[in-house]
Design a protein around this ligand. Sequence first.
Ligand code: KG4
Ligand code: ZN
Length: 335
Amino acid sequence: MRLLAVETSCDDSAVALLDEQGNALAELVYTQSVHGGHGGVVPEIASRLHMTVLPGLIREVLERSGTSLDSIDVFAATAGPGLTGSLLVGLSWTKAAAFALEKPFLGINHLSAHLHIHHNSSVEFPAVALLASGGHTMIFHMTSWQKCVLLGTTRDDAAGEAFDKTAKLMGLGYPGGRIIDELAEKGDSESIPLPHPLGNKRLPEFSFSGLKTAVRLVWEKGGVSEKDLSASFRKTVCDLLVSKTMYQAGKLNARSVLVAGGVSANSLLRSAFQLEGEKRNINIFLPPSKHAMDNAVMVGRAALSALEADPSARSSASCNAFSRWHGKMLSPLSC
Ligand code: KG4
Ligand code: ZN
């Protein structure tokens, strides 16, 4: 079985060809670096670049894996949440290909896809999952891949957004997560006291906008180094993410903790989760850094998970792009 997966929810165009075990036979990600010059993603530029880049990426993935388009058995694409214009590019291409070749099409939820990067690992349930990306910060309780319940989310900014805005404030560039992470390695995380908004670990909700303001006030006052401020900020965000996730894991007797989304590439977050997992004897699942960020392998694995639960799972040709996800139960299939 060959599954072609496409992801265009934001500023990464990604394509992957998977076998039925979820192994990537070939995958490519094109990251739109042009947005760096604008200090954030410009939606119209993102959509146009997806249109320019996507057909070539698909051709290249098929060539690399020695597969022809008409031998694909299943097509999957992210339907949302994300930037509507960007989503429509990947979604329309994939629906059209599936329709023309009379093959099944599955419209995938981007949030569920991030968690499904771990689908071909030995995850045991019950599990608690943290999704921390540029657009989302959420904790889920999972009793199976299909039964995933939202415990809490952020009341304002997402964790990745807080990294990006803090980097922008210090004039470090975009996206800022990786830059702050690298600077923080050389700084003193205890040097600048910062608030821990909604710091009660029992509350599975987050708030990062007050922290962002606190960083701005410290920065504007002057006299602090970028390295120390980066280190103090990174430590504060990681403490909040790790303590709240691990509290829920303990409370719900989780056998596994899944971490996903761009922020899961953060080096301190990774080591802090690993340490907590060892202390409490809970398996921690961290994606390889390239699969923390948006990619199409996770979309393909979410589609395989939906088919595993129901081999007749399909999305209709009217499956449309959507910008936000409102709900409690998260499913891989979005329409
Ligand atoms: O999952 P992702 O690729 O896209 C969304 O769905 O949002 O996540 C991108 C986010 C950006 O905010 C970026 O700054 C952040 O992930 N990020 C990091 C690191 N690498 C990427 N944040 C903290 N530390 C990192 N090393
Ligand atoms: Zn994402």
